[in-house]
Write a new protein. Sequence first.
Length: 500
Amino acid sequence: MGRSARLVLRTILVSLLAAVGATVVTQAPAFAAPNFKAPFPCGQRWTYSHHSAEVRLALDFVRADGGVTNGTPVIASAAGTAYRFSQPSGAGNYIAIEHGGGWKTYYFHLSAYSVPDGAVVAQGQQIGLTGSTGNSSGPHLHYEQLLNGVGQNIAINGVSLAPYPGSYNQKYLTSDNCGTSGPSLFPAGSPTDFNGDGKDDIVAFNLGSLNDVYVATSTGSAFAGTSVKWNDFFGLNGEKLLTGDFNGDGKDDVITFTGGTLGDVYVGLSTGTGFLGGAKWHDWFAPGAEVPVVGDFNGDGKDDIATFTHDAQGDVYVALSTGTGFGAGVKWHEFFAPAGEYPAVGDFNGDGLDDIATFIQGPATAADVYVALSNGSSFGAGVKWHDLFAVGSELPRVGDFNGDGKDDIATFTCNADADVYAALSNGSAFVGTTVKWNDFFCIAGEFPYTGDYNGDGKDDIVVFSKGATNDVFVGLSTGSGFLGGAKWHDFFGLTGETTY
């Protein structure tokens, strides 16, 4: 039975039971909670309290170790997908993290966000700064844990903090949330030619309670269609969504990785005008917080899947596509892109087999880029292809920007400077450290991506403004630079949606 059928059946059963009345008590299936950790940095000691006006069993935290609460980093208490919101009369600037299995955490009253909307974050990754925005009497962190929208007693490391104190300085919590502070793990490139005309399109997964998928196809100078729904149930909250041509018919499809304890993989094949219902292509791949990617690793014309364990082991597994499913996961590399690094996929030497890359993303003294080439059945040793690229929190992307058949790398500062830099592949290295290809594209809070949107063989850049405007701008590649951003759509990719 497919996921949509199971959901319908479950909905019918719940409705029938509810109609029986108070004589029958029903309970939603229980999902194991993530191992939540404190929402503030490792080693810090905070005090907490709950008052009657707080909803959903929330707790308010302030520092109790001599540090200043205002401006202290707020960090993810478990891995998941982070969404940004603003409620000036209530929660202020806040982030909700979807952890899968119906679990969600809230972080209210932030003075600033530290990740873009829709970022995939690791446990311990900074997501914002403590503040007093919205309806707040002073700097503090309002924190909640919810299951299927219902507030739960907050538990840290599996231990409940209940009963809650009614005022500060009665109970304390010292953080052991010492996880990575690495980058937001957006895919660095994923093909989006859904109708197979040679021009990349754009897609939006709205998630939430609707789970719709919308596509706007490229005309070569604009994206056509605002509300063209290609699937009405694909991609649940907390799942990891990507794209690729998995059956080799020249049209890119959609894929979702459930992650968590299920580790299922579903594919929705493209018909050229819509995506078929999700079919399970693998029942155990990229579990937990692993980082899945898509690429044609054996060069047979069908995209495969890979996953980075993204931990101290740094293993990389690949499952090859048969055209109707993915084979067994096989380890293709035993140490690549460990925790804190930013993995990516591309055909960097132009041999028709997709390779893997990793951006270390440290300071200028440690912002190296390594590549491991595919031989069709494994990835070779990691070799440094660049020693200064995508520094700190910049967003790296992959694409063939000069059209020579070898994938290159780009990085977006996505700040007040809004610069875009590119380094071209020569088949054995990326050339160019400070070659600016655009000096104003992607400001803070926007989401950049790459694709060949006019079908000329050179990958271009696109940005989803989200926020209040929801515009989409494209900067076409000339082969040596990106043109100024031109608006190709004026309402696509809303805040909270996943867009490529």
